[in-house]
Design a protein around this ligand. Sequence first.
Ligand SMILES: N[C@@H](CCC(=O)N[C@@H](CS)C(=O)NCC(=O)O)C(=O)O
Length: 229
Amino acid sequence: MAKLKIIVSAASFFCTRIEWALKLKGLEYELTFEDWDKGKSELLLKSNPVHKKIPVLLDDGVAIAESKVILEYIDEKWKGGDFYPLLPQDPYERAQARFWAQFADDKCAYSTWRGWHAEDALEKEKAMEAALESFAYLEKQIEGKKFFAGDKIGHLDLVAGWIPRWLGVMEETGGMKIFDAERFPSLREWGENFMDIPLIKDCVPPRDVLVDHFFRGLSHLRSLEPNKP
Ligand SMILES: N[C@@H](CCC(=O)N[C@@H](CS)C(=O)NCC(=O)O)C(=O)O
């Protein structure tokens, strides 16, 4: 089998979720790093000409873009037998997992990014309020469960998987406070359970590396388009 490749950039949680999925499936892959300082590579522009964003999965000559689409592709292509399932079998449960994954990106991640990105205090405040409101919905979803998918991690856990490590880093480097353990006790517990899984933890960049990256890359990252839903 040809080796899978992922076009990634350092410190992107959209990319780490793909690595988690491939590892859960027991698939080998290579990483091809984009260097934003040098502009977008020919490979990225050719593989994702519409959005020109990472991650892109290259599977034996075909390119698949958009991280949640990639997760679904991986789950559909390598399914059954010993392959770890990411989405539930039941159609309603599948729809729910997809709905909340979309919500987690469009609302939680986007408002956090907006807050981090904002230089204007009022704009930051508004983004933080939107983030708080959105995280409250996720808190309700995880209440009484170990993982979003139940006893084991699944699609939504991978999509929300940036929260335990990246959110704190974005708060620190973006001068904002969103996540409060008292307000979100179930989400916090979920984050600890999630990060306790060796396969998950092993793919996550160390906190200080992320902080450094976000601080150093601040001016450049600010020039990028926020990940609008
Ligand atoms: N909706 C996309 C978002 C990916 C995304 O925002 N990637 C960022 C890096 S974290 C990117 O490629 N930014 C480059 C740009 O905006 O030009 C997905 O889920 O894959």
